[in-house]
Design a protein around this ligand. Structure first.
Ligand SMILES: [Zn+2]
Length: 181
């Protein structure tokens, strides 16, 4: 099962394409073993992020993940791209490695990006519904995703580039901030 990765990483690009060239223009490429810092926008989580277009739909992905994909191809299902250098804005492929997510998160991601493909507009609608007081379980049912994935959105662990929320604060705190908007 690899719906998630197919949706996000469909490697129709190669490092030679225009999209890849545009990506690397936003990177302060340095010595091979140094950190190459992302010069463009960052999400609330502190990671660089970049908009890409897949099948005519704009998607936001973490810049370091994009760097991995452009260099090595799709991220295997159930794995994430991690930094060996602990520098969140570093996109030097030599500093990146694959690691595994917790099963919970894998499930949540699969539910969000699998059978149902959410768009930025859906994320905004989900946030608006939550702010309006709708229950997570109702929102999940309406959008055809799991409640756990609604939570991932609300705490900014996924789609943070759309929501502006950050996963670096606690779930509770984030919820409080969200509801105060
Ligand atoms: Zn680095």
């Amino acid at each position: 099962m690899s719906e998630f990765n197919e949706a996000v990483n469909t490697p129709t690009e190669t490092p030679q394409t225009a999209q890849a060239a545009r990506f690397w223009q936003k990177v302060a490429i340095s010595a091979p073993d140094a950190c190459w810092l992302w010069k463009a926008s960052r999400g609330g989580s502190g990671y660089g992020h970049v908009w890409i277009e897949i099948n005519g739909e704009r998607r936001c992905v973490d810049a370091h993940k994009r760097a991995w994909t452009l260099t090595h191809g799709p991220v295997p299902h159930g794995q994430v791209v991690r930094h060996r250098c602990n520098v969140k804005t570093c996109v030097n492929p030599a500093h990146l490695e694959l690691g595994s997510y917790s099963e919970n998160t894998v499930d949540a991601l699969r539910d969000g990006f699998g059978g149902v493909k959410l768009r930025a507009a859906d994320i905004r609608a989900i946030l608006a519904e939550r702010y309006a007081g709708r229950l997570r379980v109702e929102i999940a049912a309406k959008h055809g995703i799991r409640e756990s994935y609604v939570n991932e959105i609300l705490i900014g662990r996924v789609w943070h580039c759309v929501s502006g929320l950050t996963a670096s604060v606690s779930t509770y705190k984030s919820e409080q901030l969200s509801l105060n908007l």
